[in-house]
Design a protein around this ligand. Structure first.
Ligand code: ATP
Length: 248
């Protein structure tokens, strides 16, 4: 179980507009890293770049030990289409998609794993409920169950505790710790700095580029957080190319 990500001067963006610039560094195998920064800092963009939903505008990214389609990715809750008529059981079972495929049989072993995953997130009794009728916290549990089944060595979580209550957040955090104990590589976009300080040994603070990256206590200083805020306020969203490129 080893998945490592290396960035070399990576720039990601939309329609040629950079959203994250000049990212250089590595997320080591087995890391438990928080991705933090102000709104619009480029955190979600970074995860989308790692998953392959966005191609680099510049620089390079290298995945070691895992293919992009094997990454377990939790998008922001708002991006999940819940209008599709699926029940919890069927939605969770999609975590086995890579193993079973479109026309594969779900046998007794797989059914056991689906039931285990639903139990692990505390959704027993909800198996036949339509996903569109779940509360925000229940839906987040459902998404985590699907991730559990994916059994990936690289797990990317975009605001996993958004709109969930304290009990649900604690339960989901336990699952994240379990993944970390199993030596999986976990990166999570988070806004709650207390959770980051308590549970994430490593942090990358971004504001369209890296402000600080390293042990959480060294990254989350008032000085770095202020610098991040100022960088976001100063960023020109309409810029086509970055000033550093033209100055070179
Ligand atoms: N699909 C898109 N098309 C064009 N621009 C986008 C798109 N998605 C994001 N952006 C822009 O890219 C920049 C970074 O957005 P991103 O969603 O990565 O930030 P974030 O750090 O995740 O923010 P938040 O904390 O608010 O979720 C923002 O200026 C945003 O408006």
């Amino acid at each position: 179980m080893a998945a490592r990500i290396e960035f070399q001067d990576l720039t990601l963006g939309y329609d040629r507009h950079p959203a994250v610039h000049h990212l250089t560094g590595a997320i080591e195998s087995g890391a438990l890293i928080a991705v933090v920064g102000p709104n619009g800092a480029g955190k979600s963009t970074l995860l989308k770049g790692i998953v392959g939903m966005l191609q680099p505008l510049g620089g390079r990214m290298r995945l070691d030990g895992i293919a992009p389609h094997d990454i377990a990715y939790l998008p922001q809750l708002a991006e999940v289409d819940r209008s599709f008529p699926l029940c919890v059981y069927d939605f969770v079972s999609m975590g086995l998609w890579r193993k079973v495929g479109a026309f594969g049989q779900i046998g007794r072993g797989e059914r056991g794993r689906i039931e285990d995953a639903i139990r692990a997130v505390g959704l027993e009794g909800f198996e036949r409920r339509a996903i569109g009728t779940l509360s925000g916290g229940q839906m987040q549990r459902c998404l985590f169950a699907r991730l559990l089944l994916q059994d990936s060595s690289l797990i990317l979580l975009d605001e996993p505790f958004n709109a969930v209550d304290a009990k649900t957040a604690a339960d989901l955090l336990d699952l994240i710790r379990r993944w970390h104990d199993e030596k999986r590589t976990v990166a999570a976009v988070l806004h709650d700095m207390d959770t980051v300080r308590r549970s994430f040994p490593e942090t990358v603070l971004i504001a369209r580029e890296v402000v600080a990256w390293g042990p959480t206590a060294e990254v989350l200083t008032p000085r770095n957080l202020l610098a991040a805020r100022r960088m976001i306020e100063a960023f020109d969203d309409a810029a086509h190319i970055c000033a550093r490129d033209t100055a070179a």
